[in-house]
Ligand binder design. Structure first.
Ligand SMILES: C[S@@+](CC[C@H](N)C(=O)[O-])C[C@H]1O[C@@H](n2cnc3c(N)ncnc32)[C@H](O)[C@@H]1O
Length: 289
């Protein structure tokens, strides 16, 4: 069974806070780095970098000699939406000073990046690109030859059944062919041992019985949900700060409108009629400003 004391990294908080559907898997990402000690880690689909930076944080913290690569066009897609302007620059500003000594953000399509990786060289691959059945099947099939004997492939969104997501369907097929474990929280995360060689550290996942499966899921859900709670809190705080700024802007706009000549003329017209307005004189109202 897993001994969490051997992998205290899974208790760390992520340094990089970004809007993501992945926050609840951060402890698992850190645990997997610790348990697999990958020589090469690749993520297909980094977007704002939440998952990728969690893997990098663990690699850095554990002082492993891992080379890490995030592959993404950073254009977004129909499921993730568009990345906001400056999103990649923000990610680089966090990523480069901390992780550039072992990690690269590779701006490319997944297909174009393939030729830059040797066959059987990747120990840990996270597939989190476009989520249709066809796309995830294509990503898996094209990157499978790149996986090493220790190869572990992660699939995000195995538990999403809407908006044309088809990872669940692909997962249902592929898991029959390899040792596997599925986490159900955080939109679902599938862990697939494609390499044939499973390290002792990971055996508990693939050999878990029903009760152990429930316990492992609960353990990582509980760790992950506190990360998600903190993320939501920060998101709310910045939302409230934005709201407060908007209210302030609105109030000062109202002030300007209230004091404008037009509104002053309108108030005189309303209380004293056209006679009052003529008496006061438009020019005089303007001078009062
Ligand atoms: C769901 S997001 C990744 C989310 C991220 N892992 C996180 O932690 O929040 C999917 C990303 O995959 C990228 N993507 C999808 N298909 C791609 C392809 N064929 N080549 C390169 N990037 C792709 C999109 O640009 C998008 O940034």
């Amino acid at each position: 069974m897993i001994n969490p004391l051997e992998h205290p990294i899974c208790l760390e908080y992520p340094l990089w806070q970004a809007e993501t559907a992945w926050a609840e898997h951060v402890p698992l990402a850190m645990f997997l780095v610790s348990a697999t000690r990958p020589k090469v880690f690749v993520e297909l689909g980094a977007f704002r970098g939440a998952s990728y930076c969690a893997f990098c944080q663990a690699i850095k913290f554990l002082k492993f000699e891992t080379r890490a690569f995030a592959v993404d066009t950073w254009q977004g897609d129909d499921h993730a939406g568009k990345l906001e302007a400056g999103g990649l620059a923000e990610l680089r500003a966090h990523h480069d000073p901390l992780y550039a000594d072992f990690s690269r953000l590779v701006q490319s399509t997944f297909d174009d990046a393939l030729e830059h990786f040797a066959d059987q060289s990747i120990d840990l691959l996270h597939i989190d690109g476009f989520h249709t059945f066809e796309a995830v099947q294509h990503d898996f099939q094209t990157w499978l030859p790149k996986m090493s004997e220790k190869g572990i492939v992660l699939f995000h969104d195995t538990n999403v059944r809407e908006r044309g997501f088809g990872v669940w369907k692909f997962w249902a097929n592929v898991k029959e062919k390899y040792p596997h474990f599925e986490f159900l929280h955080g939109h679902g995360l599938g862990v697939l041992a494609v390499g044939g060689e499973i390290t002792n550290e990971l055996k508990f996942l693939f050999e878990a019985n029903g009760n152990e499966t429930r316990l492992i899921r609960e353990f990582f859900y509980q760790l992950g949900s506190r990360i998600e709670a903190v993320r939501k809190f920060h998101a709310q705080e910045s939302h409230i700060a934005t709201l407060e700024n908007r209210v302030k802007a609105l109030e000062s706009y109202e002030q300007i409108v209230r004091n404008s000549i037009t509104m002053r003329l309108y108030r005189i017209l309303k209380t004293d009629g056209i006679g009052g307005l003529m008496k006061k004189g438009i020019k005089k109202v303007g001078q009062d400003e």
